[in-house]
Design a protein around this ligand. Structure first.
Ligand SMILES: [Zn+2]
Ligand SMILES: [Zn+2]
Length: 245
């Protein structure tokens, strides 16, 4: 599978970039995980958004769903232009019924995922884990039957991430704080915590995402690297992982 970082900022986007949004591709199936602020302006660099096969959302904070509204507009307008009646499937949890209902439109279908069940989408199978966050949020373990990618979504540290991330080929983490800072109240993790998860779970590559708008972000890699000796990358717009790095 191929994973592309469409957006990696926490909370709000920096100029000309986007908040959380990741494109997973395999066998011509295009899965979008989270659709944050600015995502629709980045996405056409990698895929025609009209060609997305499914969208799965971790939770309903704006930095993960802000561009769902304009994605709905895109499908609607392109259906008119192309004289098609495509309906995009958007998967979300139902812990927040009002937010979930907003995923449905004339051109999109809201589909509830059951966090305790495996979700099969094209070549992908997704397992969920509830995170620790101010609103209900789910981490995802995505496999194509060959490689495994784990996305923590937004969360403060929990031991449950270790078995959930076990032997993952790629671990994409919330890394919103630096060494020594406590992100618990905000529901986020720091560089040491994600380094510890990567080490204990024996992952191959650690990708630091949901990045902070303060400090020298390259330092996050140094700090995580003091704990985890495997490969560490700092997410950036257009970062691509194909399973071999
Ligand atoms: Zn967030
Ligand atoms: Zn959040």
């Amino acid at each position: 599978m191929k994973v592309t970082v469409v957006g990696f900022w926490g909370a709000y986007p920096a100029g000309s970039e986007a908040t959380s949004c990741y494109l997973f591709e395999k066998d011509n199936f295009r899965l979008l995980i989270d659709c944050g602020s600015g995502a629709l302006a980045q996405l056409p660099k990698y895929v025609d958004p009209y060609d997305l096969d499914a969208v799965v959302l971790s939770h309903y904070h704006p930095d993960h769903v802000a561009d769902i509204g304009v994605l709905q507009h895109l499908i609607k307008v392109q259906n008119l232009i192309r004289e098609q009646d495509h309906s995009l499937k958007i998967y979300g949890h139902t812990d927040d019924q009002v937010a979930f209902a907003g995923l449905a439109s004339s051109d999109t279908e809201a589909i509830a995922y059951q966090p305790n069940q495996l979700l099969a989408l094209g070549p992908f199978k997704i397992e969920f884990l509830k995170t620790i966050h101010p609103v209900p949020c789910y981490a995802m373990r995505v496999t194509d039957g060959d490689k495994v990618v784990v996305y923590t979504a937004d969360s403060s540290y929990q031991d449950a991430f270790i078995p959930f991330s076990r032997n993952a080929d790629l671990l994409i983490t919330d890394c919103n704080f630096y060494q020594g800072q406590d992100g618990t109240a905000a529901g986020h993790m720091n560089s040491e915590e994600v380094g510890m998860i990567a080490k204990k779970a024996n992952v191959k590559t650690l990708l630091l995402s949901h990045q902070p708008h303060f400090g020298e972000r390259k330092q996050l890699m140094v700090e995580a690297g003091e704990i985890f000796s495997g490969k560490i990358n700092l997410a950036y717009t257009g970062y691509q992982w194909t399973g071999f790095s």
